[in-house]
Design a protein around this ligand. Structure first.
Ligand SMILES: [Zn+2]
Length: 158
């Protein structure tokens, strides 16, 4: 990842965390599984942060993750370029339904990982993923490449 992106991530990290945590207030889950996310996007020479939350109104309700919600917000603002960093905030943890891994923070689900993997012009190996609980005690940081490797996600071609 280029040096300017890394610098922009460090400059925006606290804001990203704050925004992702705030999104929890709007998250809506029938089983109280609340997730907020924020994304630092570089577009036309400008960095901007968008945030979103998960919505799951019932068991059969289509999956709508916080990571996707934040992307949609960026698209709504016609601001969709390179995804520099993603923050996921939640007090939930779960066993990954595809890899079987049991990370100490909530990782993007298999559907979201595939979504990011498909966004070839927007997501790079170096896109940063930072996961935190709401108290910001338990945190993890991976590049997209490391995240894919951790989950042995061979569906995703980097
Ligand atoms: Zn997801």
């Amino acid at each position: 990842m280029n040096a300017n992106h890394v610098k922009a991530y460090f400059n925006n990290q606290s804001l990203m965390i704050e925004m992702a945590i705030k999104e929890i207030l709007d998250a809506n889950s029938y089983r109280n599984f609340l997730v907020g996310a924020s994304e630092l996007i570089f577009h036309n020479g400008i960095y901007q942060v968008f945030s979103g939350h998960n919505i799951k109104l019932s068991k059969g309700f289509p999956k709508h993750c916080a990571e996707k919600d934040a992307l949609i917000k960026a698209c709504d603002h016609h601001f969709f370029g390179e995804l520099v960093a993603v923050v996921v905030a939640s007090d939930e943890r779960q066993r990954d339904e595809l890899s079987g891994k049991n990370p100490s923070t909530l990782h993007p689900c298999p559907t979201c990982r595939a979504m990011f993997g498909d966004l070839k012009d927007h997501v790079t190996r170096g896109t940063i993923f930072y996961m935190t609980d709401l108290a910001q005690i338990n945190t993890q940081e991976y590049s997209f490449e490391e995240l894919v490797e951790y989950h042995n996600d061979d569906r995703i071609k980097l």
